[in-house]
Design a protein around this ligand. Structure first.
Ligand code: AHR
Length: 494
């Protein structure tokens, strides 16, 4: 029996709702076909946005959406995506499949989508191939309420009032697809570009995000922060879970052995080490801990589904992905004192999506259900949680990690939410939970579970979904429960 202590007296930090954020790039069928079908589509839509997808994302509790990239952001020229759609410039999406980008989804459409979703905005600017003037004018176009060339331009294009930018990223992966820069060079560029990301509107103080490291590149973190720490609110780490050892053989999303499953989980758990180490580097440079950690690209990355465009990064999603999401979100919660935002890649039809679409059909993936279950944590206060757990070891990844990963939070009414992920493919786990100084009145619980390969597809949409969980016994000070193998269980305790 594993011992689980929840300590509501240990109030650690508010869990930013934006830890549950998403990322949507002009890549494959994420925007086009996934989120946006255009006003003239037969697929039900409101102002071009797919009604089914918008409804599902709202129900899941999407708090913030990052756009337009990714690598695409550093080739995106915003003026191509405004005004009369018939006259918008077409471009080649060189990064992603070499397809024609007709720019029918641009700035106005992005804000319309976020309005419909009721979520915050996170725009990534172009440092790689864009000018300072271009970035400056974009900010002016989006946020200025006075009389100025860009504000007039926006009005002429049909939007009198400015929009609100919650977060603005100054470049993306500037160490790679965003310009192949050194950290020192990027740090200097950040300083320059950032000056012109002006707060045009006193009511819209933009949170600035610097491009952070690729995985374990601690030198990037240190050098960039040394140059930018007083000028930035967050620095963005990217880390993907790729089971294979090469880009050519990342592994299949659906056909994998148990060994590959454990290798995937071990690699996903590397996030804990990355967060800890990067925070240690951040603390050494930014002693006031002013700059927050952002993880604005994370998730699983497999070989594309057979027969699909290799540049579209379309992959299926199984219970393995749900376990990756469950454990990762628990890790983010546990570091709520330093993590301001995270954005899984990518919302629809790309990488570890929460939704897949095919024409007018839509499927919710196992990962979707994890986000929906965990939405109770948004804006709660993280509280102390300690769970003993057997360790797993993946020889293939040469890493060990805990079988059980948990987090716990409390809302303003004293309701505790705890999510427990059992990463084992075969072993259930009995836990005895004690909640300090608490008399438990009631417990509701929900579960997402299955065999590691289980998934939803267009023929069988409801194979994996959440259900009520009853295999627990309430005690006056907590509960005992049997957490099945390959599952995520949420306890709501009053
Ligand atoms: O999410 C797909 C790509 O992964 C993004 O465009 C890029 O930032 C990262 O390399």
């Amino acid at each position: 029996m594993e011992k689980y202590l929840i300590n509501p007296n240990e109030r650690i930090a508010e869990i930013s709702k934006d830890i549950y954020g998403h990322f949507s790039e002009h890549l494959g069928r994420c925007i086009y076909g996934g989120l946006y079908v255009g006003e003239d589509s037969k697929i039900p839509n409101k102002n071009g946005m797919r009604s089914d997808v918008v409804k599902a994302l709202k129900e899941m509790g999407i708090p913030v959406l990052r756009w337009p990239g990714g690598c695409f952001a550093d080739e995106y020229h915003w003026k191509d995506g405004i005004g009369d759609k018939k006259k918008r410039k077409k471009m080649v999406n060189t990064h992603w499949g070499g397809v024609v980008e007709d720019n029918s989804f641009g700035t106005h459409e992005y804000f319309e989508l976020c309005k419909q979703l009721g979520c915050d905005t996170y725009i990534n600017g172009n440092v790689g191939s864009g000018t300072v003037q271009e970035m400056n004018e974009w900010i002016e176009y989006m946020t200025f309420d006075g009389v100025s060339p860009m504000a007039e331009f926006r009005k002429k294009n049909g939007h009198a009032k400015p929009w609100k930018i919650d977060y603005f990223g100054v470049g993306n992966e500037s160490w790679g697809c965003g310009g192949n820069m050194t950290p020192e060079f990027y740090g200097d560029l950040y300083r320059r570009y950032n000056v012109y990301v002006r707060n045009y509107n006193p009511e819209n103080v933009i949170k600035r995000i610097a491009c952070g490291p690729n995985g374990g590149d601690y030198n990037w973190m240190e050098q960039v922060l040394k140059k930018t720490r007083w000028l930035t609110d967050g620095i963005a780490l990217h880390y993907y879970t790729i089971p294979g050892d090469t880009w050519e053989d990342k592994g299949s999303a659906t056909e994998f052995s148990t060994k590959e499953y454990y290798k995937t989980i071990a690699k996903a758990y590397r996030m804990e080490e990355l967060i800890r180490n990067h925070i240690a580097v951040m603390d050494s440079v930014d002693r006031d801990k002013k700059v927050k950690l952002i993880v604005d690209e994370w998730g699983t990355w497999y070989d594309v589904e057979p027969g699909t465009n290799p540049g579209f990064l379309y992959q299926q999603n199984t219970m393995r992905d749900a376990i990756v999401a469950g454990l990762t979100l628990n890790l983010f919660n546990k570091h709520a004192d330093r993590i301001m935002m995270a954005n899984i890649a990518q919302t629809v039809n790309v990488l570890q999506s929460v939704i897949l679409t095919e024409g007018n059909k839509m499927v919710l993936t196992p990962t979707y259900y994890v986000f929906k279950m965990y939405k109770d944590h948004q804006k709660n206060t993280l509280i102390g949680s300690y769970l003993t757990t057997p360790k797993e070891y993946s020889k293939e990844a040469d890493r060990s990690y805990p079988q059980l990963v948990e987090s716990a939070s409390i809302n303003e009414n004293g309701v505790i939410c705890s999510t427990v992920t059992n990463t084992s493919a075969t072993k259930s786990a009995k836990i005895r939970c004690q909640i300090a100084d608490t008399k438990v009145k009631s417990i509701r619980a929900e579960i997402l579970s299955g065999e590691i390969h289980d998934m939803n597809d267009f023929k069988n949409k409801n194979n994996v979904k959440t259900a009520e969980f009853t295999d627990f016994r309430k005690h006056s000070d907590g509960f005992t429960a049997n957490i099945p193998a390959c599952s995520i269980v949420k306890f709501v305790i009053e």
